[in-house]
Design a protein around this ligand. Structure first.
Ligand code: N01
Length: 548
């Protein structure tokens, strides 16, 4: 095992720091990877663009930002002490509380001393002759590492829309995914919001409270379920803390890694009245487990439509003016095929006199000028513009880095027609480069902290194995990768997910290949496959002393 955490004089006149594991990103994945790498006795360095830990929760500071997985579950499970001592104040944690948690974890496990903040990784190139990754940053620093772990996150590359004249707008432009840390004073202003996905649906009710007038530019209406957020109930918290190990294990046995009550009958096998009662019960309970009512909601269009129709009716009831309600009713995709949203008073916000819905599907934005937005034949004078326009998801953050594998192969080139990985963990041609929750893993369809923990643990155990057998490299074989991608594709084809123009498919980014990226077979199935692969001596990977 190596412990050469020292500066060496090196190539190009730059100092090169050597370490065993170079980790890109200090979000929940990078922090846990650092913790486990240290436990293996390895030297590890995390390189992070931001000035603090937390990843997506560092950047997404818009008003109303909140997790839609319950706080008792959206947290690390690896430390019993941690999960006992941390107190969540609400059913669903707000962004500031999640960021405080991330900072607490960093302090508790003494992580900060190995994180290089305010540093962006620009390039990572595999050095075949020595089986090392040479990683360069925008600060001129370089790292040579045996293993490189991309903990870059699935929703971390904010996507700015290409709208004519956007750059000419003279007011403030704020992206929800990159919200100013000092906050933004919007009170008394006329504010426009473009985008009505999860971020838009959370920020809009908050902005409506501040703005003089809020204009919501909506291209596609979305399904949303009331979150029914509330202060943490002490008995509920205690019941979790008493049974954490058991409940975490149970959660891991569920498709999304979230402990939910799953219906076991088809939505079509029960009477309309029974179904309505079940939907009412889940609507009243709040949250995204609405979709767990029946197992065929994302497999059978007719079953799906029963749930979709229920929510459509709820929207019509919530919005007083039918002329406003109708464009808010989603009709172009099955419910849940785009990530279902959880809200607090979203639809009710359109009853406010200071909120106007602008249907840009009917009246597309023509351009943005210094004073505002023109949609159809109407001009909307604005002081500020909020872009809730989402992310170049799953592959965006990876593709921003120039990653060069064997024989000069660029990852962007290899993924030109869509990402290719084995298990989302490694891509052929890129030995010793691990990806946490990469394309081809269930990641974004799960409680991502569970997915992260499982992937990171798998990677750490894999590295321990490689050290044990004195291997120089590990690389996914081309045939294993091909078979896995076929399995990812086929699994998605059996569902309604592929019927929505979603970021799961990449179609929200102009020019991005339309490939359904997540594995929809569920976390337990995926984890069993990952475990089997490891237990069978890393079947599907070639392991060797030196690359050819
Ligand atoms: O992004 P989105 P998001 N002109 O891609 C619109 C997670 N998350 O940041 O649908 C006009 O979902 C776009 O319109 P359309 C969660 O996984 C979680 O909201 O393409 N409009 C859409 O309305 C989520 O799914 C939480 O027609 C344009 C919106 O912008 C994921 O992050 C909170 C446009 C983008 O919606 C992404 O959510 C927040 C254009 N040129 C986020 N370009 C919670 O845990 C885009 N749009 C609760």
């Amino acid at each position: 095992m190596q412990h050469n955490d020292v500066l060496e004089g090196c190539a190009g006149g730059e100092a090169v720091e050597s370490c065993d594991v170079l980790i890109v990103g200090a979000g929940f994945a990078g922090m846990y990877m650092l913790h486990l790498a240290r436990r293996l006795g390895l030297s590890a360095v995390v390189v992070e663009t931001a000035s603090g830990v937390g990843g997506t929760w560092f950047w997404n500071r818009y008003p109303g930002a909140r997790c839609d997985v319950e706080s008792m579950q959206y947290s690390y499970s690896f430390s019993e002490e941690l999960q006992q001592e941390w107190h969540w104040s609400e059913r669903y944690a707000s962004q500031p509380e999640i960021l405080a948690y991330a900072n607490y974890v960093a302090m508790k496990f003494d992580l900060l001393r190995d994180v290089k903040f305010n540093t962006r990784v620009m390039r990572a190139a595999f050095q075949e002759e020595e089986s090392r990754w040479l990683v360069s940053t925008d600060q001129g620093t370089q790292y040579r590492a045996k293993w490189c772990v991309m903990a870059t996150g699935c929703l971390s590359a904010a996507q700015t829309p290409n709208i004519l004249g956007l750059e000419t707008f003279k007011g403030g432009i704020y992206h929800t995914g990159n919200w100013p840390h000092e906050g933004v004073a919007l009170s008394g202003q006329n504010v426009g919001v473009i985008g009505t996905g999860s971020s838009g649906i959370q920020v809009i009710p908050e902005l409506a409270k501040q703005a003089n007038h809020l204009y919501v530019f909506q291209r596609t209406p979305n399904f949303s379920i009331p979150a029914r957020n509330r202060p943490m109930d002490a008995d509920y918290e205690n019941s979790w803390k008493k049974n954490y190990a058991e409940r975490r294990a149970l959660a891991r046995s569920m498709p999304a890694g979230i402990l939910s009550q799953f219906g076991d009958k088809s939505a079509l096998a029960v009477s309309a009245e029974e179904r309505r009662q079940e939907y009412e019960r889940r609507w009243a309970a709040g949250g995204t487990s609405f979709m767990a009512a029946y197992p065929d909601l994302l497999r059978n269009a007719e079953a799906n439509d029963t749930a979709a129709e229920f929510v459509r009716e709820k929207i019509r009831q919530a919005v007083q003016d039918p002329m406003v309600a109708e464009p808010l009713v989603p009709v172009d995709h099955p419910i849940g095929a785009k990530r279902i949203c959880a809200d607090t008073n979203y639809f009710e916000t359109f009853n406010r006199e200071n909120v106007t819905l602008v249907d840009i599907r009917a009246n597309p934005i023509r351009d943005i000028s210094p004073g505002g937005v023109t949609a159809g034949s109407d001009f909307y004078e604005l002081d500020s513009l909020v872009l809730a326009t989402g992310f170049d998801a799953i592959t965006g953050a990876l593709n921003k880095i120039e990653i060069v594998g064997r024989q000069g192969l660029a990852l962007t080139e290899k993924w030109r027609d869509g990402p290719k990985t084995f298990l989302g963990l490694m891509s052929t041609g890129f030995p010793n480069l691990f990806i946490v929750t990469g394309p081809g893993s269930p990641s974004v369809l799960t409680n991502v902290i569970v997915a992260i923990e499982d992937n990171v643990k798998w990677i750490a155990e894999c590295i321990a194995y490689l050290i044990d057998v004195d291997a120089e490299y590990i690389e996914a074989t081309a045939s294993a990768e091909e078979t896995w991608m076929e399995q990812v594709r086929k699994t998605a084809e059996g569902t309604l997910y592929i019927q929505a123009k979603s970021w799961y498919l990449g179609v929200n980014v102009p020019g991005k290949p339309a490939v359904f990226m997540p594995y929809v077979g569920g976390l337990p199935t995926y984890q069993k496959i990952c475990d089997d692969v490891a237990n069978e001596g890393y079947r599907g990977f070639s392991i060797g002393k030196r690359p050819n």
